[in-house]
Write a protein that binds this ligand. Structure first.
Ligand SMILES: *Cc1c(COP(=O)(O)O)cnc(C)c1O
Length: 388
């Protein structure tokens, strides 16, 4: 057996000049999508690539998914839709965040499909289309309990009843509580969605985001919309994460110093050393999306959740000392062997040894926010098996 060759595409900062590096395993991303596609069956699986593919890069992520067989993509903005089309011209691209009349020409020219989610949007879309012989396709977003985007269920049923109305190519709704399977709102939303499927019989329908794909009582639908799980995030808060990690974030050690017992570390002097402490000062901070709320001390969150973020280096987890600052974060490496690490080495912030969602919890947030906050100062490496 020959070892599979891994191709590395690098973007972002020059690694010799950068403070941190991001490694994005496109094989793991594709394996995750294929797993979700299998779980979605008999429905088709799309891929949600809004916010530059959750911070990982549309330019790399979309072609990898297209090659794996993904044909339908969701973005938040028309501008993002154009970037998907630039790398996957034949993709079917839905734009989630509503429709503004000024964008109408672009939808037609660039073959993007708006997801219309208010009576106002439907009206302006219909009006603009009257001038066209070939009517542009649209999807319909129905609100079944989230009160964010979408026409009401009653409005949708009335719309479906009137034969003069144009037919959407897709009817969709979005779940508010799918990551918590026991939440009562799931049942209400799923029931309303099934009613809509009857009213819009013969039209493709979509309900499941990542957690929805794992929901035991989700019922039938034609198109799933996974996002975070594809990128390695946990789909359910209460169960072990079945997804492969996709992203590894590492920061470079700038220097290793010793602070003496009784001294303090960092802004606000919020961490007082209980022993002589070896400190690894790393080149990453909140300007890179390594959130200040993950600080070891001196932030409000530490009153509620005592432990801050950790790094992983030389086989061990090491806690953050004091506050995460704009460009630097310090870790307590006292318990590592004296010669285990040196300046220039990398400390993992999340990846194979620290789960994305654990790093997020230490900062009082969710994996989604950590990924979409990733800054632009990193050296980026995209790993992918060479296809033959
Ligand atoms: C972001 C989003 C998704 C993807 O959700 P995940 O929880 O990341 O899988 C699906 N549908 C809609 C409407 C969204 O806004």
């Amino acid at each position: 057996m020959t070892a599979k060759k891994i191709q590395t595409v690098t973007t972002g900062a020059d690694p010799r000049l950068a403070g941190g590096r991001l490694t994005i395993d496109l094989d793991a991303l594709v394996a995750n999508w294929l797993f979700l596609a299998k779980k979605s069956k008999p429905a088709e699986a799309s891929a949600v690539v809004k916010s530059d593919a959750y911070g990982l890069g549309i330019v790399q992520v979309v072609p990898a998914l297209w090659q794996a067989g993904c044909r339908t993509f969701f973005v938040a903005l028309a501008e993002e839709g154009l970037r998907v089309k630039a790398v996957a011209p034949d993709a079917r691209v839905f734009v989630l965040n509503g429709f503004f009349a000024e964008a109408f020409e672009t939808y037609g020219q660039s073959d993007l499909i708006p997801v219309l989610g208010s009576v106002h949007e439907l009206g302006s879309w219909k009006r603009l289309n009257t001038r066209r012989k070939d009517k542009l396709p649209f999807a319909l977003h129905v609100d079944t309990g989230m009160n964010r985007l979408g026409i009401t269920v009653e409005e949708a049923l009335t719309f479906a009843d009137d034969p003069r109305n144009p037919k959407p190519v897709l009817v969709m709704t979005h779940l508010a509580t799918a990551d918590d399977q026991a939440h009562a709102l799931n049942r209400k939303q799923i029931e309303s969605f099934q009613k809509l499927r009857v009213a819009f019989a013969g039209i493709e329908s979509s309900i499941a985001n990542s957690p929805g794909i794992f929901h035991a009582a989700i019922g039938e639908y034609e198109l799933s919309r996974p996002g975070v799980a594809m990128y390695g995030g946990e789909p359910l808060s209460s169960a072990a994460n079945p997804m492969r990690p996709v992203v590894t974030l590492e920061a470079r050690i700038v220097q290793i110093r010793t602070g003496l017992k009784g001294e303090t570390v960092g802004y606000g002097a919020t961490a007082t050393l209980a022993r002589d402490t070896r400190i690894a000062v790393c080149s990453v901070g909140y300007a890179d999306g390594y959130l200040r709320s993950a600080s070891g001390s001196g932030v409000p969150l530490r009153g509620a959740v005592p432990n801050g973020g950790v790094g992983f280096v030389a086989g061990s987890k090491v806690p953050i000392i004091g506050r995460v600052t704009m460009d630097l974060t310090s870790f307590d490496i006292t318990d590592l062997p004296a010669d285990a690490i040196s300046p220039g080495d990398y400390v993992e912030l999340f990846g194979h040894n620290i789960a994305l969602d654990d790093a997020a919890r230490a900062a009082g947030t969710i994996g989604y926010e950590l990924l979409t906050s990733l800054g632009n100062r990193y050296h980026r490496r995209y790993l992918k098996s060479e296809s033959d």
